[in-house]
Design a protein around this ligand. Structure first.
Ligand SMILES: [Fe+2]
Ligand SMILES: [Fe+2]
Length: 298
């Protein structure tokens, strides 16, 4: 299945209720690699214009070279490093991203709260208070395999009010049983301990638990004993000559004198960072999780 096929093939095919979109990607069976396997790329927090540009530029080639069935990306920093808006969401989705997730910066762009419900392939964190706009998960149909995606926010060292991510994830897994054939969980958390604990908590129940938010890729990709893939942080997609995507000088100065100042998105050493996950549909377990980390100029 080609990238073009994926872009042209989606449509809503049922679902209903908050976040219960089931969107068809492609039409044939067997996936891009001819095996009963789902191969997905999860792209870490896309930061500002540099992050968007490198992703949009490289995604078509990545999709075909890696024979990806589906691409999920976190867009919480896509608009000037903070939040997302309709135009940017549309651009990322049109460039080959199938599902966009969000994190604690979900509401940073004014007006997005009124636009998010127009995007069936975008979900906000599942453990936000129930009255928040936006879907709490997305389901995409990948060659007959119903892949659900949701994000939970951590509660350790995090600002945004959120329900317990462990209980929220349990509740989501219960709701998605029967609706999805596999569930990808994003752990959008500051504390490594919270992410690792969630990985073990969902081992054997999720395709993978992939960490985001800290913007720094970690070297602990693994498949847990129950068959769930895990990576503590997939890293950010954006400028690495920075402090977590922001210009170095104002951030360092802020640490030095504690004074507030404008911190723009940096521009140097732009990279794509994410995780590639291979899931065996027959054995119902993840075979491999690998960090994907690419500099410009590859
Ligand atoms: Fe982020
Ligand atoms: Fe975040």
């Amino acid at each position: 299945m080609s990238q073009l096929h994926l872009q042209l093939g989606y449509k809503k095919d049922g679902g209903g209720g908050r976040g219960r979109e089931n969107i068809l990607l492609g039409g044939g069976g067997g996936g891009a690699h001819g095996a009963p396997m789902v191969k997905l790329l999860f792209v870490g927090d896309v930061v500002g214009r540099p992050g968007r540009e490198i992703l949009m530029e490289r995604l078509p080639r990545l999709r075909s070279e890696l024979k990806l069935d589906v691409v999920v990306a976190n867009g919480e920093n896509a608009a000037h490093g903070a939040g997302i808006n309709a135009g940017i969401a549309r651009g990322l989705l049109q460039s080959g991203v199938d599902v966009l997730t969000l994190g604690d910066h979900v509401w940073d762009q004014k007006g997005w709260e009124a636009e998010i419900d127009d995007f069936p392939r975008v979900c906000r964190p599942a453990n936000l208070p129930g009255g928040c706009p936006g879907a709490d998960h997305v389901i995409v149909n990948v060659n007959g395999f119903r892949l659900a995606v949701f994000t939970v926010l951590g509660r350790t060292f995090m600002g945004l009010k959120a329900e317990c991510p462990f209980h929220a994830a349990d509740e989501m897994m219960r709701r998605l049983a029967g609706e999805a054939d596999g569930v990808l969980v994003e752990a959008h958390m500051e504390a490594t301990s919270e992410k690792i604990a969630l990985g073990w908590h969902l081992d054997g129940r999720a395709i993978a638990v992939l960490g985001t938010h800290t913007h720094v890729p970690t070297a602990d990709a693994c498949v847990l004993p129950g068959g769930t893939g895990f990576l503590c942080d997939v890293g950010m997609t954006g400028p690495y000559a920075s402090v977590l995507g922001r210009e170095v000088r104002p951030i360092v100065d802020r640490f030095l004198d504690g004074m507030p100042r404008k911190c723009e998105v940096a521009e140097g050493d732009v990279r794509i960072s994410g995780a590639v996950v291979e899931y065996d549909e027959v054995e119902k377990r993840t075979l491999k999780v690998e960090l994907l980390h690419m500099r410009r100029g590859r």
